[in-house]
Design a protein around this ligand. Structure first.
Ligand code: BES
Ligand code: MN
Ligand code: ZN
Length: 502
């Protein structure tokens, strides 16, 4: 569905609901101000009487303002104007969409896009609006036998521009946002899908479907037999514990204008951890919240979401999405603590804990992708519980062996309100991985668990520019609002977009 941008008087825009912003000190955004004037100071009166307070994300619906064409007006709190950031804007925007969904409105004119945020350009605001508008329409109710009333049609939305007319770049950014939002929803769908259905084979089939949908994408599946030939002993040590065969999934996207041998054409490779269920293996996890380990393929899901968004936008870039898909299960055929395996790189690993399986499937995949002579490789993984302890659910951990690459990812995260935080990869941490019997152990002990996991991967990525994003805290939410978030699709897509320019 196409969203539109409109300029001119917001009060006269025809829709079921007009959405306007208000700061916590009562200051108004341009449309709010003009409506307040038109209505004889009505909004100011509501503020003074405490009906609305402007706290960040607080929403209130009013009916029947005669001077406003829309029958409803939804006032959204924006908090402290001086402290407004893109992340806070995203929160306010998202809560406005929830309030809208819970109202009877089928269409809306959204005025939050007219506001200016310090240090944020208009394009970023419109792109974010596109992402949120699309992502807010997401629901996963495949397995509810009594479906909630399916929303017959997606909400029709228009957005306010504060200029004389919608700028070309704002329109483009809104459309990009929509594609990114679709990518976010793809990632959420895959993440939420239960592991009895979302198996390595299912992910391989999804990759094949993608190649049918987009001519710019070709898909190749590497089966276990081939992996054995390649010497991927670490990957196979995980998948052999499951009845389901592991799959190495390769999706190549060749954007318009690429493929002519220019330096630019060297691919950006994204590698996703696709552990479709992580029981821990013989080092079995405790029972509490074990269901959430169906989300252990959210790195893979984000890679799928990103390639979808990139293909939808037809970005002029060469990118390769690779998914390491396997299930981590205990069985008579499973690896045991103390087992030693040889990786594709030739380095040997002592598996001290079979629950540190993500790095085992990833290390061989990271060696495999050397063949693409990549411009950069970024892996995305729900790799460690320790990352959740360190950063919680607000930032993904970003590691890299190249500062420029690391900074590009952090910048992409800032500009898409999908933030990352730089973490160290100092040599000092490496010795925690020492093993008396093999070249390294697969765990580093209690201290700095998210860092030692990244250090493990760094031993397999010396031949190219590489970054690792630990999304264990950001990929899904627990508790009442349990569900995949689709992160870090916005960060990754923004990063790819920035690579199209340089
Ligand atoms: N998939 C988990 C990491 C995880 C755990 C993510 C909980 C989000 C929430 C990973 O495979 C794992 O089990 N890691 C272990 C590593 C340990 C054995 C060194 C962990 O974090 O406990
Ligand atoms: Mn594990
Ligand atoms: Zn895992």
């Amino acid at each position: 569905m196409a969203y539109t941008i409109k300029s001119g008087q917001a009060a006269k825009q025809p829709s079921d609901c007009l959405i306007i912003g208000l700061y916590q000190n009562g200051d108004m955004t341009p449309s709010t101000e003009s409506i307040n004037k038109l209505c004889g100071g009505q909004i100011k009166k509501w503020f003074e009487s405490g009906d609305i307070n402007g706290a960040l994300g607080k929403t209130q619906i009013f009916h029947g303002l005669k001077q406003v064409t829309a029958p409803r007006i939804l006032v959204v709190g924006l908090g402290d104007e001086k402290k407004l950031t893109l992340v806070k804007y995203k929160k306010a925007f998202s809560l406005s969409m929830s309030a809208l969904k819970n109202s009877g409105a089928k269409s809306a004119h959204h005025c939050l896009t007219e506001i200016t945020i310090n240090g944020v350009d208009e394009e970023e605001v419109f792109r974010q609006a596109g992402i949120m508008a699309q992502a807010s329409q997401y629901q996963y109710q495949l397995f509810k036998s009594k479906k909630k009333k399916p929303e017959a049609k997606p909400l029709a939305l228009s957005f306010q521009s504060n200029g004389q007319s919608a700028s070309k770049s704002a329109t483009a950014a809104l459309n990009q946002g929509q594609a990114i939002g679709n990518g976010v929803n793809v990632a959420r769908d895959l993440g939420n899908h239960p592991s009895n259905l979302c198996t390595p084979g299912y992910l391989a089939d999804e990759a094949k479907k993608l190649a049918k949908k987009y001519t710019a994408i070709t898909t190749q599946i590497i089966e276990e037999k081939q992996m054995a030939k390649l010497g991927m002993g670490a990957f196979l040590s995980v998948s052999k514990g499951s009845d389901l065969p592991g799959k190495l999934i390769v999706m190549k996207y060749q954007g318009p204008g690429t493929g002519k041998g220019a330096q630019q054409d060297k691919p950006i490779v994204l590698v996703g951890k696709g552990v479709t269920f992580d029981s821990g293996g013989i080092s079995l996890k405790p029972g509490a919240a074990m269901d959430e380990m169906k989300y252990d393929m959210c790195g893979a899901a984000s890679v799928f979401g990103t390639i979808n968004a990139v293909a939808e936008m037809k970005l002029p870039i060469h990118m390769i999405a690779v998914v390491a898909a396997a299930e981590n299960m205990p069985s008579g055929g499973a690896s045991k603590p103390g087992d030693i395996v040889t990786t594709m790189s030739g380095q040997t690993v002592e598996i001290l804990n079979t629950d540190a399986e993500g790095r085992l499937v990833l290390c061989d995949t990271l060696t495999y992708v050397e063949r693409f002579k990549p411009r950069a490789v970024v892996d995305i993984a729900t790799l460690t519980g320790a990352c959740v302890v360190a950063l919680g659910s607000h930032a993904s951990a970003v590691y890299s062996n190249n500062e420029t690459l690391q900074q590009s990812l952090l910048d992409a995260g800032t500009s898409s309100a999908d933030r990352g935080w730089a973490m160290p990869l100092w040599d000092d941490y490496q010795e925690l991985l020492n093993s008396p019997f093999a070249d390294m152990a697969n765990i580093g002990g209690k201290a700095a668990g998210t860092i030692t996991a990244a250090c493990f991967l760094s031993r397999f990525t010396k031949k190219y520019n590489w970054a690792h994003i630990d999304i264990a805290g950001t990929a899904w939410r627990s508790g009442k609002a349990k569900g995949a978030t689709g992160r870090p699709v916005p960060m990754l897509t923004q990063y790819i977009m920035s690579r199209c320019e340089s």
